[in-house]
Design a protein around this ligand. Sequence first.
Ligand SMILES: [Zn+2]
Length: 229
Amino acid sequence: MKNTHETAAETDTSAVMAGRNITLDELATELSAIELRLRQLARAAEVPASPVELADIIDSLRSTASTVRETSDRMGLLARIVDGDVPLAKVFRDSGDPWGVAARGADRPGYGGPAIVPTVWQLLKLAQDTKRPGGETTTYPEAMDGIGIGWESKAAAVRRRRERDAAVAVEVLRLPCEKCEAGEGEQCKTKTGWAAEQPHIGRQRQAEANVDDRLGYLGDNPVAVPDAR
Ligand SMILES: [Zn+2]
């Protein structure tokens, strides 16, 4: 996992959304505002208050703005897709595999599992596939009806796991170790007294149990989603 360091300001996401979760429409709009701000900065940097040649910085700002623009456009299209404005193929044209609710219980070994919750690229492909003649179409709201409660994105699952592991590392040091008799705040040690980075298994297991109990941590799938795996 690269760059896991987070500031408090970054964690507060209330400024970028009105509701509890960000909509794709909000993502598109926020990104578009960032693109505009970058282009304004690039323009302003052409005539800075102090005589410094900022050509490289200006190029870099404009290049970043273009990348942000692409993502914003993609989010805009996805917002239309999830609202049901864009017809989507009922099955993937190359494989004939279903997606959404229809993929529950399906096996899709060649693609790393069924596309119950489709990725960005799968949705764009499903939209593309309707342009070829033949084949039934559906919409996102229709194909995803009933999916969403309890669903967790890969990124959110990784974050939850990371936070749990960090809490376990703190908890380990709070517990005494029965094996090596390390006390509170002390690391486990070898027979000959060398401090070890890794705690003894019993201490680790107890710390995990305490934290999982406190957080209600349920492993990889936090909420029981019927047939969603
Ligand atoms: Zn120990």
